[in-house]
Design a protein around this ligand. Sequence first.
Ligand code: NAI
Ligand code: OAA
Length: 357
Amino acid sequence: MAKDPVRVLVTGAAGQIGYALVPMIARGVMLGADQPVILHMLDIPPAAEALNGVKMELVDAAFPLLKGVVATTDVVEACTGVNIAVMVGGFPRKEGMERKDVMSKNVSIYKSQASALEKHAAANCKVLVVANPANTNALILKEFAPSIPEKNISCLTRLDHNRALGQISERLNVQVSDVKNVIIWGNHSSTQYPDVNHATVRTPAGEKAVRELVADDAWLNGEFITTVQQRGAAIIKARKLSSALSAASAACDHIRDWVLGTPEGTWVSMGVYSDGSYNVPAGLIYSFPGTWVSMGVYSDGSYNVPAGLIYSFPVYCQNGEWKIVQGLSIDEFSRKKLDLTAEELSEEKALAYSCLS
Ligand SMILES: NC(=O)C1=CN([C@@H]2O[C@H](COP(=O)(O)OP(=O)(O)OC[C@H]3O[C@@H](n4cnc5c(N)ncnc54)[C@H](O)[C@@H]3O)[C@@H](O)[C@H]2O)C=CC1
Ligand SMILES: O=C([O-])CC(=O)C(=O)O
C-alpha cells in the first residue's frame, strides 16, 4: 500500500540552498524513493515572486513523489501540519554590521518561527536548523518551542562531517564510502573540531584506523583540521557564493539517517565474526562499532560538554531517534579542542540571550 505523504517545510526556500534542496526532497533523496512528500516552502515577501518561480519549476519537473506544494510568505500556513522542518531562512551578515546585529535579527526570526512550529506543526515534528549561526539559532528555537521535545531539535554539522570524509578519501585515494566514523565536535564555525581518532577505512584486510593509514600526525592535527574548519570560506572565495549543493545534500543525509537510521548503526552492540578489522584477531566473535554520523544536538553533559548547548556529537540513529555515541576516548589534544568550541558556543548563547532582553 502507498505510504501517506510526509509534509516537509523548507524555510528560505527561494534562496540558493533552498533551490538545490527542494528537488532533492521531491526526488526521494531525503526520505526514500517510496515516500511521497508535500513540500511547504516559506520565504519573506520580497522573495515571493522568486518563490513562486521555484514552485512553477517543481510543477514542471513532474516529480512522481511530489503530492503537493505550498509556497507562502505566511509562517502559520507554512508550518501547519509539517512533520519535518528544515530551517534554511535567516538574515545574512551585511557590510558594516556587527556580529551582535546579525545575532539579534536571527534571534527574533527563530523566536517567532519557533512559536509557529510549536502551535501548528504535526506532533513529533523533527527540526533541522541550517541557517547560521546554526547551533545558536537551534537553541533559540528550542527555548521558544518548549513543547517540542528537545530531542527533536537539531542543527546541521553533517556538511562538516562529509567534508572531513572527503578530505580523508582524497588524501588516501580511497572511495569516500569506505571511510567512516570521523566526528565533528562543537559549533558549525571555525572552532569546530574534526576528529579522526576513531575513524576507519574499509580495506580488503578489514577496517584500518585512519591514523595508521595516513601515518602523518602533523597533517592530521594541522592542515586537515584547518581545511575542514575553513572549507565554507574556501567555497565562498571560489564561487563568490556559499556552499549550496553540498549543504543541501548534507541536509538530506542528516534527515535520512535520523528518520531511517544510520547504516549498521545500532546502539545495541552486536557480536559478529571478526575479519581482522581494528587489528582484532580474525575468527573471534567480537563487538564492533557501527557507522555513526555528526549532528548538532542538545547537550546532556556527555563528554563533559556543558549541558544546555546545541553541540555537535557523534550519534547513532535508530527508529527515528538519535543517541550520542558513548565511551570514546578523548586525548589531551582533543579535550582542549572540545572545550574551545564549547566556550565559543557559551559566548554565542550569552550574546543571543542579551538580544532577547
Ligand atoms: N549549517 C551549514 O552547514 C550551512 C549553513 N549555511 C547557512 O544557510 C543559510 C542559507 O544560505 P543560502 O541559501 O546560501 O542563503 P540565501 O541568502 O541564498 O537564502 C536565504 C533565504 O532565506 C530567506 N529568508 C530571510 N529571512 C527569512 C525569514 N524570516 N523567513 C523565511 N525566509 C527567510 C531569504 O529571503 C533567502 O531567500 C545561511 O545562513 C548560511 O550561512 C550555509 C551553508 C552551510
Ligand atoms: O560559511 C558560510 O557562510 C557557509 C557555511 O556555513 C558553510 O559553508 O559551512
